[in-house]
Design a protein around this ligand. Sequence first.
Ligand code: MLT
Length: 410
Amino acid sequence: MATINDNYLKLKAGYLFPEIGRRVNAFAEANPEANIIRLGIGDVTEPLPEACRAAMVRAVEDMGDRASFKGYGPEQGYNWLREKIASRDFQARGCEVDASEIFISDGSKCDTGNILDIFGKNNKIAVTDPVYPVYVDTNVMAGNTGTANDKGEFEGLVYLPISAENDFTAAIPDEKVDLIYLCFPNNPTGATATKEYLKSWVDYAKANGSIIFFDAAYEAFITDESLPHSIYEIEGARDCAIEFRSFSKNAGFTGTRCALTVVPKTLTAKAADGSDVELWKLWNRRQSTKFNGVSYIVQRGAEAVYSEEGQAQIRDLIAFYMENARIIREKLTAAGMQVYGGINAPYIWLKTPSGLSSWDFFDKLLQTCHVVGTPGSGFGAAGEGYFRISAFNSRENVEEVMKRIAQLQA
Ligand code: MLT
């Protein structure tokens, strides 16, 4: 008789965003006249930059000609894209990252989950609370946790609480942990990390032989020039950190799929016999076996992000969403709400009014304003009493949502 991976049974029935979708669909079915506006999942709404579209059209034409047709590409990604990323996103900011250390993939959600393939089963794993749920759920699936308690906290994980009291930046743990997930600019709270703060994590990781998984999917939204975009801006990070990045949010590739993971060749972890093993070699082996690369057409689209027009177009796109974020922050503050984030990140994190639970506020907003957000408790126990609003939508919809919420508060 076939058996299953029982770890899946430890998970809540649905992943957060499909669960929200299910509730919204049920409401929409019961209220077909409601004009529902979604500021829940951080999915982009504006069209792909023209430079990316044009490059993809040219790439489709390449595929139609025997001389320029492409079959399987390199599992690690085409060198012309990896080299642009290395020089423009990393070396230009003083980071020592070589093109060969960049692995092109179809998403940082996938990579932050897949990376566990190359790590052992006895690692002590730390996540912030609240946190992007993928980090927790993939550890549950991999068998790295016990079961969840009533609050949804999994046995075996080390939860590092983040709240307004610590500026949504976790304290360095007193105990020794082996793998640490950090996300800056932060999803869901919109918080940022200074160089000094990241340095304290790098120092901790180096002292303890830990590896940091640094999710920088939202780095393009940093407006404060003093803030680091990459963990490799911190000295020593090449010896203790893997970084994840994405074209989803800066260039609107959520439906097109292109991302990257940086695994420095200097990074090692221990084998069972105590020897040091290069993680780059393991990730390269994993990708070569389980992944066939991102399509040529999409990689050409991503490459166009680095052209002069591409850069100008993504700057406009980011500025557009950040103006949405500013409007949301200001209007919610004017409506008397306590808000965080939204300055260097496309997410606004708010305290639910009148002490409502996160899901109660979700229901109230949906039923009264026909607006969808994300309940803070969906990101972890310490997210209870908070709510996330995404700045990814049209200006018209953002303004309409703000009008509806102002009426709710009045
Ligand atoms: C979110 O809303 O948290 C993100 O869209 C999820 C993701 O990027 O996978």
